[in-house]
Design a protein around this ligand. Structure first.
Ligand SMILES: Cc1cc2nc3c(=O)[nH]c(=O)nc-3n(C[C@H](O)[C@H](O)[C@H](O)COP(=O)(O)O)c2cc1C
Length: 390
């Protein structure tokens, strides 16, 4: 817990005064357990300090504010492009990126202080997250009359995005940037149209990345079996649990303080005081409850997508991130939700079995995503641009 706390203090220079609430349970544990074990949403809501939600809601509203438009001066425009890039998903919402600005380029750098060595020992998720941010940047640049050309410098792990003038184009995918989210709730289990599936497949595929789309129930059940197997392993792993704990934000006050991490309201759970969450989990948490929740969520989905890069290296992980983000933005534009269920590719002992079961022997599946239609949940937060520009 000491490490997590030190990191938060160091990385939140725009904040002062408020005392940290320290968490002692995992996001996955919390999300699954809260409504069922602790008497349902109403009881938990009654415990929520009302001031909690105001800070985080105001920040979330600011994150989606309108762009300044192509008439903005160069620096303002660069900051606006960075703001759009930071709306991308990142593993545990670590926002593991920094941005270096030049007159005609923006370079994305990994923020190694935000690594997650337990769940992501080889920085796979970190570079996928950078790929997601790169994709956002490209859509925002085009909307502002700039063509983005990304090149990867493997020696520094840096993605340099050169920006050249072109005709401005505000695409559906660009307009989806502020409302895209990883929606961890239940969906309506109804199938998607062939047209919608075709659009998702096209968005999520590139020269170096292919995607498998599963909509048949028996295949979705096989994916679920692997999620349960791998999730059970993760929850028995003290290093995984301990790392995850440092990224949990139990209530709006905590979320507003760090503006990163896994805000429980964004997973459909109410705001609760930290001490209450700690107590409930130490008393009632079971692996079965967690796996049952995943079973319900996956069975409520219209399908599952698996993303596979042609090679297992950083350049391809970035490309996987770009493809997944295009898929997520296309889904958002169509009113379709998605959420990552990556447990089978995170647990190294399970990953090869998962690959073999889905005809991918010898390859590394990169992401597992469920999708379908369902209600939006509250947005997770982002740090301000000044915290990520170097
Ligand atoms: C590489 C990567 C891996 C992720 N893995 C998971 C996962 O296994 N389970 C999950 O619930 N969310 C996962 N997420 C989603 C993040 O937690 C989410 O993007 C982050 O909390 C920010 O929320 P937002 O995407 O709704 O803005 C992952 C995201 C990325 C980019």
């Amino acid at each position: 817990m000491g490490i997590g706390r030190a990191r938060r203090d160091r990385d939140t220079p725009w904040l002062h005064g408020a005392e940290h609430a320290v968490t002692r349970i995992s996001r996955r544990q919390f999300v699954s357990l809260a409504p069922t074990v602790m008497g349902g949403t109403s009881l938990l809501s009654a415990c929520a300090p009302s001031a909690d939600t105001k800070g985080s809601a105001a920040i979330a509203a600011g994150i989606g504010r309108p762009d300044p438009g192509p008439g903005a001066d160069n620096e303002t425009l660069s900051w606006e492009l960075v703001r759009n890039a930071t709306l991308a998903p990142s593993s545990h919402n670590t926002q593991c990126w920094r941005f270096q600005l030049e007159p005609h380029a923006i370079t994305l750098l990994p923020d190694l202080a935000r690594r997650c060595p337990a769940v992501d020992p080889d920085d796979h998720h970190l570079f996928v997250s950078l790929g997601c941010a790169t994709e956002n940047l490209a859509h925002a640049a085009l909307a502002h009359g700039l063509r983005a050309e990304a090149t990867f410098d493997a020696a520094h792990g840096a993605i340099r995005v050169a920006l050249a003038p072109t005709r401005a184009e505000s695409s559906d995918l660009f307009r989806a940037l502020p409302t895209r989210q990883c929606t961890r709730g239940d969906y309506d289990a109804r199938p998607l149209s062939t047209d919608d599936l075709g659009l998702l497949e096209r968005a999520g595929t590139s020269g170096g990345v292919h995607m498998l789309l599963y909509t048949e129930r028996p295949t979705i059940e096989r994916v679920l079996d692997f999620v349960v197997q791998a999730n059970t392993a993760q929850m028995a792993d003290p290093a995984f649990i301990s790392e995850l704990k440092t990224w949990i934000r139990f209530n709006g006050a905590e979320a507003a303080h760090t503006r990163d991490g896994l805000y429980t309201a964004a997973s459909g759970s109410p705001n609760i005081p930290t001490w209450f969450g700690e107590l409930a989990f130490s008393l009632f948490f079971t692996a079965k409850g967690e796996n049952d929740r995943y079973a319900h969520q996956i069975r409520s989905s219209a399908g599952v997508a698996v993303f596979i890069g042609q090679a297992a290296d950083k350049a391809h992980w970035i490309e996987v991130g770009r493809c997944y983000e295009r898929f997520a933005l296309q889904a958002t534009a169509l009113g379709i939700r998605n959420a990552l269920v990556n447990q089978p590719i995170e647990v190294t002992a399970v990953r090869p079995q998962f690959a073999t079961a889905f005809g991918l022997s010898g390859q590394r599946p990169d992401l597992v995503v469920r999708f379908g239609r369902g209600p939006r949940l509250p947005s997770s937060l982002r740090r301000p641009v000044q915290a990520v520009v170097v």
